[in-house]
Design a binder for this molecule. Structure first.
Ligand code: GCU
Length: 664
C-alpha cells in the first residue's frame, strides 16, 4: 500500500508541517488501535515519522508498554463527539482516545503540536473538541481563467491548487498536501470554486462533477469534505428550464436530481455555497421570492443526503446613487435577513461576513449575529488579503478575527459570535499554487490561525501565533521566534494605521483594491463612501440623525455606537460624521490622529523590515529573500498611503500637523 502522506513536489514549502515538526512523535514507540479510513492516515503519518526519526509503530496489540497510544474507542470518548478526542499522560504513556476516526486524526496533530511536551511528566485527562462542526475554506477559484479576475478571484498566491488549463489538475499530490496542512490546523471542509459562478464553472454541478470528485478523493484522507459553489440560475443555464423560481415544481425536481447526481459521485459531499442576488448574481428576487424560499429549495434537495446549503448574506444594492444619502450599504444584510429569522430549514446555514461592509481592516461586528436567534449562522472572514495588503504586506489577522469571535452581541452576559455561529466558521482561502502556498510566506500564519480559531474561537491568538512559529520553525532559536513575534503580532494594527482611518474603510484603488485612492469609490455606485469635505469626515449611521444603522444592534451596543461621545475611537468615522477638530478619547483631534497614525504606521513597517533583515542567518535563503522583497514593497506602499492620506486631509481641512512633518 502506498503511504497516504503526500510527497511535496520539489521546491514546495512544507509550511507548518516540516519533517522536523514530527521529531518527538517519530522517535517513540506508538500503538495504534482501531479502524476507519482516517486511522490509516494516522498510521501512515506515524510510520513516516518513525522511519525518519527511529521510532516504532505497532497496530492493535494489547500487551507491552508504549510511549504513545492512539486509539479509536467508540463509547469511551463519546462525550467529545465524532471529531473530538481525550488526551492524557500517565505512567510514562501518552494516550489519545477518540470516539471516531476523525477525532484520532485531530488527536495525532495535537501530539505533533505539543512536540517533546507530549512525552513529559503527567497530564490528567483533557477533553478536546471543536466548537463547531463546520470549519471551512472557500476558494474563490475559477476553472477557466476569468478575463478580469484571473484564475483565482482576489487570489495573491499564484494559480489555483485545484484547477489549471480549464480543468481539474491531473496531479492531486499537492491537493492532498493542502488537505494535510488543513487537517493539522483543524479545517474540515473546502469549497472548491468561486462564489461568482461563471458559465464554465456552472457545469461542475452536473456534467463536470467527476472533476470535483477527483479533488474530493484527494482531500478525503485528511478528513476534508468537499463543497461546491453553485449558481441559482442552474436550472435555466444547465437544465434549459424557462425559470429558476424556487417554488416551481419542475425547478425543485431539477435540483433534487442534480443533488442526487452529486452524491452519487461524491458520497460524503458537504453541500452547496450560494451567492444570490448579490453583485449581479441571479437569485430569488427575480421571481418575487424570498431568500428563505431560495435557500430552502436547495436545502430540500440536499436533505436526503445530509448535505448543507451555505447561503451567503452578502446581499446589497451595488448600483447605488452616491448622491442618495439615505441608502446605507451597511444596513443591507440585517434589513434583508432579520425579517426571515426562523424561516430557514435546519440544513440551511446563513453565511455572514464578519462586518457589515466588506472585509475592511476595521469594521464593527455585523449586527446580523445578534439578530438571528432561530437561524443557523456561519461567520465568514477573509484570509485572502484583498483589503489588507494582498499578501504583499505582512498583516496577521488573528487579533481581528479573535475580536470578532469574542464579541457579545447581547452584551456582557450574552453569547459570543463564536458561540452564536453554530453553522460554522468560514474563511476565504489565501492559498494557491505558489511554492510558499500563500505568496507572502508570513501569510501562512493567517491560514493556520483561522483553522485554530475555528476549532476554538476563544483561543488566545498570540498563543496560536507561537504555535505556528514553533511548528514552522521547529528548531528556531529564541531570537528567531522573538523576531517573528515582533513583526507579526501588531501587524494588523500597523496596517490599520497607514490605511483608511478610524473605521471609515475603503480609500483603495477601485477594481483591484491595492494601494490608496482616497476618493477612489467616493462617487461610485458601490455604497462605500467617507463623505469628507472641508469641515469633516465620516458616515452618520446614528438613529437620531443618520441612516439608523446603529439601531440594528441590541444594547449596550446601539447606545454606545449612537453617540459620538461614547463610540470607540477606532469606529468613530464608521458611525459618525465629525469635524476634523473633534477630540478623540485619546485626546487627539481627528486630523492630528490621522497624521500621527500614518507617520507611525510607516515607521512600524520600516522597523519590521529591519527586524526581518536581522534574521537572515536564521531563515532559509529562499524564504528570507521572498519576505525581504515583500517588505520592500510594503515600505513603499505604506509611504504611498501615508503621503496620499495625509496630503488629502491637509488640503481638505487646512489644519497643519502639530509636529510640522512633511505633508505634500
Ligand atoms: C468582495 C470582492 C469580490 C467578491 C465579493 C463576495 O466584494 O471584491 O471579489 O466576489 O466580495 O464576497 O462575494
Amino acid at each position: 500500500m502506498p503511504s497516504t502522506v503526500p510527497v511535496l513536489p520539489e521546491g514546495v514549502d512544507p509550511a507548518w508541517l516540516p519533517p522536523d515538526a514530527f521529531r518527538a512523535l517519530g522517535s517513540r514507540r506508538t500503538l495504534i488501535h482501531g479502524s476507519g479510513p482516517l486511522v490509516e492516515t494516522v498510521h501512515d503519518e506515524v510510520t513516516l515519522a518513525c522511519a525518519q526519526f527511529g521510532g516504532q509503530v505497532v497496530r492493535d496489540a494489547t500487551s507491552a508498554s508504549y510511549d504513545l497510544v492512539l486509539r479509536v474507542a467508540g463509547d469511551d470518548g463519546a462525550e467529545v463527539g465524532e471529531e473530538g478526542f481525550l488526551y492524557e499522560r500517565a505512567a510514562g504513556t501518552t494516550t489519545v482516545t477518540a470516539a471516531g476516526h476523525r477525532g484520532l486524526l485531530y488527536g495525532l496533530f495535537h501530539v505533533v503540536r505539543l512536540g517533546e511536551d507530549a512525552f513529559r511528566g503527567t497530564r490528567p485527562r483533557e477533553a478536546h473538541r471543536p466548537a463547531t462542526a463546520l470549519r471551512m475554506l472557500d476558494h474563490w477559484d475559477n476553472v477557466a481563467v476569468h478575463p478580469v479576475m484571473g484564475q483565482v478571484e482576489r487570489g495573491y498566491a499564484g494559480g489555483s491548487l485545484f484547477w489549471q488549463d480549464g480543468r481539474a489538475r491531473g496531479d492531486t499530490e499537492r491537493v492532498r498536501a493542502y488537505g494535510r496542512l488543513l487537517a493539522a490546523c483543524g479545517v474540515n471542509a473546502v469549497s472548491v470554486n468561486n462564489v461568482n459562478v461563471h458559465d464554465v464553472e456552472a457545469h461542475l454541478l452536473t456534467d463536470r462533477i467527476g472533476e470535483v470528485a477527483q479533488i474530493a478523493e484527494a482531500l478525503r484522507p485528511y478528513g476534508i469534505r468537499t463543497h461546491l459553489s453553485v449558481t441559482f440560475a442552474a436550472p435555466v443555464v444547465l437544465g434549459r428550464l424557462p425559470t429558476a423560481d424556487p417554488l416551481d415544481g419542475a425547478v425543485r425536481a431539477w435540483w433534487a436530481k442534480a443533488a442526487r447526481g452529486v452524491f452519487e459521485a461524491i458520497p460524503d459531499f458537504g453541500g452547496f455555497v450560494v451567492k444570490a442576488d448579490s453583485e449581479g448574481r441571479p437569485g430569488p428576487f427575480a421571481y418575487g421570492r424570498t431568500h428563505a424560499d431560495g435557500a430552502n429549495m436547495l436545502a430540500a434537495a440536499l436533505a436526503p443526503y445530509d448535505g448543507t446549503v451555505h447561503w451567503r448574506a452578502f446581499v446589497y444594492d451595488h448600483r447605488q446613487d452616491w448622491r442618495d444619502r439615505s441608502t446605507d450599504r451597511a444596513r443591507a444584510a440585517y434589513d434583508h435577513f432579520a425579517p426571515l429569522d426562523g424561516e430557514f430549514d435546519a440544513n440551511a446555514v446563513l453565511q455572514v461576513k464578519h462586518g457589515p461592509m466588506d472585509f475592511q481592516v476595521r469594521e464593527p461586528v455585523s449586527p446580523v449575529f445578534g439578530a438571528l436567534r432561530r437561524t443557523r449562522v456561519a461567520v465568514e472572514v477573509q484570509a485572502t488579503q484583498e483589503y489588507t495588503g494582498q499578501q504583499r504586506h505582512a498583516c496577521w489577522l488573528g487579533p481581528m478575527w479573535s475580536e470578532v469571535l469574542r464579541f457579545r452581541p447581547g452584551g456582557e452576559q450574552g453569547l459570543t459570535v463564536g458561540e452564536l455561529a453554530t453553522g460554522g466558521s468560514v474563511a476565504v482561502s489565501n492559498a494557491g499554487d505558489d511554492p510558499f502556498w500563500t505568496g507572502h510566506p508570513l501569510a501562512q500564519a493567517n491560514l493556520y490561525t483561522f483553522g485554530r480559531l475555528a476549532w476554538r474561537p476563544d483561543a488566545d491568538p498570540l498563543r496560536i501565533l507561537d504555535e505556528w512559529i514553533a511548528l514552522t520553525f521547529p528548531s528556531a532559536p529564541e531570537r528567531l521566534a522573538a523576531g517573528l513575534r515582533a513583526v507579526l503580532r501588531n501587524s494588523w494594527r500597523t496596517y490599520e494605521k497607514y490605511t483608511a482611518p478610524l473605521g471609515v474603510g475603503f480609500m483603495v484603488q477601485p477594481g483591484h483594491h491595492y494601494g490608496p485612492a482616497v476618493d477612489g469609490y467616493e462617487y461610485s455606485p458601490w455604497g462605500t463612501y467617507h463623505f469628507a469635505d472641508r469641515d469633516g469626515i465620516g458616515v452618520d449611521r446614528s438613529a437620531a440623525t443618520g441612516t439608523g444603522y446603529a439601531s440594528q444592534y441590541g444594547e449596550p451596543w446601539s447606545a454606545l455606537y449612537e453617540s459620538a461621545v461614547s463610540c470607540p475611537d477606532e469606529l468613530l468615522l464608521f458611525f459618525h460624521h465629525v469635524p476634523y477638530g473633534h477630540v478623540l478619547k485619546s485626546g487627539k483631534t481627528v486630523a492630528q490622529h490621522i497624521y500621527d497614525t500614518h507617520f507611525e504606521g510607516v515607521e512600524e513597517v520600516e522597523e519590521a523590515r529591519r527586524v526581518w533583515a536581522g534574521l537572515a542567518d536564521l531563515v532559509a535563503p529562499a524564504r528570507h529573500a521572498r519576505v525581504a522583497e515583500r517588505y520592500d514593497e510594503q515600505v513603499r506602499g505604506a509611504r504611498e498611503w501615508r503621503d496620499q492620506v495625509n496630503s488629502y486631509f491637509l488640503r481638505k481641512s487646512g489644519i497643519p500637523d502639530e509636529r510640522g512633518r512633511t505633508i505634500y
